[in-house]
Write a protein that binds this ligand. Structure first.
Ligand code: PLP
Length: 527
């Protein structure tokens, strides 16, 4: 392997670390349920919710934290959340049915995104709040409510195209929502349909990491709410969507070092770092770097709840520079947030079995590692998240167990030589020699690369080992999973800690009573 390994080690919280320290369990699961396999950790989701709630507490704000369901299909995660005070943001008929079935009452559900008539009907029928995308959808909803004699539906107006009052910087263009400049016609329509819809507030969702863009949008929403009040309406909710982000990497310096090296590789001043010289958006034009790095900022110390906290302390220029949180509090507005990725931080991992390890084609080349998974099963690359998998060796435990058993003086057939051999063997302490590898999937496609990046691993993987991709629960688990080549999509299990160890069940079998384990039944007197 030429040069220093360029690691991008995943950030691992207590739960994921503990799971990865349980190779026996992980191998048993993949042996039984196949590769790839997704593991979700419902208790982490409720812990993350608490972190968001504590930001509300710090700013004395009220309102709902709604989980953006689209980020993961898991039933276990949704049901765990139903047992908390959180809400859910659903973006399809199927997600709405799933949320209702998981135990969310309609007052804890908001329907967003593009909607077909069935989705709108069920939302209105069950009195779910509808985040209305524009005039046409509002008219359609009002007509549906009247035609089917449905209850008056609570609506939020999704807005976009906010401008800051100083320099005219427009917020990111969005395909969704009504441009804020066209709000007057929308408000008139709300008044005209007052028999069918009730305006409870305004909303936005911006897919950006920029704090100033989001602060501009939130400030714009506050101005629209004032305008509504001026017209005699009484909306009280500002729903600021999601996009709080997650911090994927353990070490910011590794990220800096990697991105610098990637730039050098594109310039040709160091050997390539990717399959086929892919540049992740960068290109070399006569010795100059062009383009922009199309990657998720994987090292993001201010993400999730901390990002929300920062946003709330931003000053609002058109309100005398006062912080956004103070303005929300003063007007007793409810702040709603819809985190997807951020609520799922550290909530799961994806396991894939190593099928084959092929020697490099030339000296100093990379090993070719084929996994029992397709690129679509591990969505990290698709989402531009560069992060190393963790090698979970298959045989380490077995050999250590053999060694321990042999060294145990109480053991019937004591065999210290065998024990030493087991400890010294290839598996007992995998040769700590870093390797550079390319990770391939199982499809007959040249493009089925788990990642286009050369991955550096601290140990050489062997067939039968698992690679664990950490922190995949947000978008990188099932969003893109397909049945290509009639290959099965990954199964999903839910895992939780109980009595000092890990327990698990199939995702679909998990209910909040499950994690009480036997105690759940003991209450009924059943042993
Ligand atoms: C996708 C989406 C979210 C969640 O975004 P994250 O980046 O995962 O936090 C929230 N609200 C709406 C309307 C969305 O479309």
């Amino acid at each position: 392997m030429g040069g220093q390994p360029l690691y991008l080690a995943p950030r691992l919280g207590e739960r994921l670390s503990s799971l990865l320290d349980s190779p026996g369990l992980l191998h048993t699961l993949v042996d039984a349920l196949g590769s790839p396999l997704n593991v979700v950790v419902p208790d982490q989701l409720s812990a993350n919710l608490e972190q968001f709630r504590s930001v509300y507490g710090r700013h004395h704000l009220s309102g709902q934290v709604l989980f953006a369901h689209k980020a993961n299909r898991s039933s276990a995660l949704l049901r765990r959340l139903a047992a908390t005070g959180a809400g859910v943001d659903v973006a399809s008929l199927g997600e709405l049915q799933h949320a209702l079935g998981a135990g969310f009452t309609p007052d804890r559900i908001t329907a967003t995104g593009p909607k077909n008539p069935e989705f709108l009907w069920l939302a209105a029928r069950t009195s779910v709040t509808v985040a209305v995308d524009g005039r046409a959808e509002l008219e359609q909803l009002a007509a549906l409510v009247r035609a089917h004699a449905l209850p008056r539906t609570r609506v939020l107006l999704r807005l976009s195209g906010f401008e800051s009052s100083g320099v005219r910087t427009l917020s990111r263009r969005s395909r969704f929502g009504t441009p804020v400049q066209e709000r007057k016609e929308l408000l008139t329509a709300v008044e005209r349909h007052a028999d069918a819809v009730e305006l409870t507030g305004v909303a936005y969702h911006l897919d950006t990491t920029s704090l100033t863009e989001k602060a501009t949008a939130l400030e714009g929403c506050l101005r629209v709410l004032e305008e509504c009040r001026g017209r005699g309406m009484r909306p009280s909710v500002v729903d600021i969507g999601g996009g709080f982000g997650a911090d994927y990497l353990a070490d910011g310096e590794q990220w800096e070092r990697y991105t610098t090296a990637l730039t050098d590789a594109v310039l040709g001043t160091r050997p390539p770092l990717t399959w086929g010289g892919h540049g992740y958006g960068l290109r070399n034009e006569a010795g100059t770097i062009r383009g922009s790095l199309g990657l998720y900022p994987a090292h993001r110390p201010v993400a999730g709840p901390r990002y929300l906290d920062e946003l709330l302390t931003q000053p609002a220029a058109s309100f005398g520079g006062r912080p956004l949180a103070a303005l929300l509090l003063e007007h007793l507005y409810d702040l709603h947030v819809e985190p997807g990725r951020a609520l799922l931080d550290q909530c799961g991992l994806t396991l894939a079995r190593v099928l084959e390890v092929r020697e490099p084609e030339g000296p100093g080349g990379e090993l070719l590692v084929r996994l029992a998974a397709k690129a679509d099963d591990v969505g990290l690359e698709e989402h531009g998240v560069l992060m190393d998998p963790v090698v979970v060796p298959r045989n380490r435990n077995r050999n250590l167990d053999r060694a321990r058993a042999a060294m145990d003086p109480a053991a019937a057939h004591e065999d210290p030589a065998g024990a030493r051999q087991a400890l010294d063997g290839d598996f007992a302490a995998p040769a700590a020699e870093p390797v550079a590898v390319h990770l391939f999937g199982t499809l007959c496609l040249e493009t089925d690369l788990i990642t286009r990046r050369t991955v550096f691993l601290p140990v050489r993987p062997a067939p039968g080992d698992l690679l664990a991709f950490a922190n995949t629960a947000g978008y990188c688990m099932d969003f893109h999973a397909t049945h290509a080549q009639r290959q099965p999509v990954a199964r999903k299990v839910a895992a939780w800690q109980e009595g000092g160890g890990w327990r698990w069940c199939l995702d679909d079998q998990y209910w909040p009573t499950t994690s009480l384990g036997a105690a759940g039944y003991d209450m009924g007197g059943v042993q």
